[in-house]
Design a protein around this ligand. Structure first.
Ligand SMILES: [Zn+2]
Length: 252
């Protein structure tokens, strides 16, 4: 088996409302075979998700910076951490470091909105494009479509949970989004049924195994892929090779 990489986990240093430290992750995946992980900050270290009218402030900006930078300091040669930069409304792309391999872009309904019409947003996306970094995009359905079809055309987008929290897997089937060669999916918390349907209809080279730790259990999420009745070669692609191929092209 090639390296198994979890393409979706949260890890933080400030928000202790859940067991989501690096040590928590390591102890939970013991014996699973997972050898590397993509990590991004917990949402509460980035913005106040419980206050829809929340506007940014200096304290929050500092908290975000600390959180994003923390992920650059963890992991080692026998367990690799691949940090993604969690971007918010200051679109602080100047804080992106060479170790950041992707971008996390996240918002649920009733949470503070991304300022899509701010010129800084456009500039941020230009920088992401220049660096060829993939974006894990968790947003409302209409905003997801807007991002992919208008705002960030050409940017590689990973829709997490096979679309479960972006409006639903089948809503994207109907819009032809999974056919777009720049659109990837991760399997975190998705149903086995949707994973099978995706592979049958859209292939196995743009789908990535992910756990959504601490909301998902990496072992259970891994079993969903191992239990699929597809070839070992295809499983290896989903479990790590697709992600490796995707990140190889980022020119940081
Ligand atoms: Zn997540």
């Amino acid at each position: 088996m090639n390296t198994i990489i979890d393409a979706h986990a949260h890890c933080g240093i400030i928000d202790r409302s859940m067991p989501q430290s690096f040590e928590d992750y390591r102890s939970q995946i013991q014996g699973s075979g997972i050898e590397a992980v993509v990590m991004f900050s917990p949402v509460m270290e980035i913005y106040d998700r419980h206050r829809p009218n929340f506007e940014d402030n200096a304290k929050r900006q500092l908290r975000r910076k600390i959180s994003n930078e923390y992920l650059l300091t963890i992991g080692n040669s026998d367990f690799k951490v691949i940090p993604y930069f969690f971007i918010w409304n200051d679109f602080a792309v100047d804080q992106i470091k060479p170790q950041h391999k992707g971008i996390k872009w996240h918002r649920h309904p009733h949470e503070p909105v991304y300022h899509y019409d701010d010129p800084k947003c456009k500039k941020g996306i230009d920088e992401i494009k220049r660096r060829n970094m993939p974006v894990v995009l968790e947003e409302e359905f209409e905003n997801t479509l807007y991002f992919i079809n208008e705002l960030a055309v050409g940017v590689k987008v990973i829709i997490p949970h096979l679309g479960l929290l972006n409006g639903g897997y089948y809503a994207f089937v109907e819009k032809g989004i999974w056919d777009n060669p720049n659109v990837y999916a991760d399997t975190a918390l998705a149903s086995s049924r949707d994973i099978k349907d995706y592979i049958e209809n859209f292939g196995h080279d743009r789908i990535l195994f992910g756990s959504d730790f601490p909301f998902g259990d990496p072992n259970e999420e891994l079993c969903k892929i191992l239990d699929l009745s597809i070839s070992v070669e295809k499983k290896e692609m989903i479990l790590g090779l697709n992600l490796k191929r995707l990140l190889k092209h980022s020119n940081i």
